[in-house]
Design a protein around this ligand. Sequence first.
Ligand SMILES: [Zn+2]
Length: 73
Amino acid sequence: MSLRESSPDESQGAFSEVFEECPNCERETPHDVRVRIRTESPASEFAMFSREPYRVTECRDCGRTEKVRMNNV
Ligand SMILES: [Zn+2]
């Protein structure tokens, strides 16, 4: 009788990794995904709209980075 309770493949790492279509590689590749708040023209009267979260994905195969705005408004 053998019980296996521990799983050896525990995911580790600070960033999240997802598989996404890369237009450069023309296939699905692993991407590093980070979310950045980019501040644009902080001194303007539109300062309240200046902080927009960006989703930055970087292809691990070719290094292509893509920034996508996250605000759904
Ligand atoms: Zn790529």
